[in-house]
Design a protein. Sequence first.
Length: 244
Amino acid sequence: MPLPRLIPCLDVSGGRVVKGVRFKELRDVGDPVELGAAYSDNGADELVFLDITATLDERPTLVEMVRRVAERLAIPFTVGGGVRSAADAEQLLEAGADKVGVNSAALARPELITELADRLGSQAVVVAIDAEGGNVRSHAGTRDVARRADDWAREAQERGAGEILLTSIDADGTREGYDLALTAAVAESVRVPVIASGGAGNARHVAAALAVAQAALLASILHEDPRRLASLRKEVRELGVAVR
């Protein structure tokens, strides 16, 4: 079985990396190109770039910015936000992405997952799930879609998703630990890898998430000092988790 991964995340709005708490009170934390390069240079296993306002603004992902970030990376790169078709996804792959994330568009039209998997291969399709109280929300957490996270993850897998990116809105940005109950429920419902997201505050939180998921997404804990990634990896290993 592959070793668990540590994956920094760039939530991008208005061309800048932002971070908030429970998807609100967003603050500017840096330039996506420079932060992406710093994470690559400091040993990240992968990088996730999410254009978090693309769906709300009803526009495509910032393709040119994706290209600029990709040029600075030596690690696998997942890009999401504003992907509504296979053509959108292929444009991102041409810009340098290795995987494409879908969220609201897949909830509105689940067949999109299969279309992407057929065109790109399941290994390149990541279904992002934002959940609050175990219930899925779309459009950057602003709409309830009356689906349970574990049920939607199972359907996404059946339709061809190669990975699930699960974000707990309740835990997002709090640095108080991942939502382990939610993460475990989703991980137990699928066979594909699950990336736990939302709540990392220290190495113990990350180690606990990796006990139930195959990867941990990291944002607030690293943005102020990307070099922290190396020491965080060491701390997680010292807690008995054999990360890469």
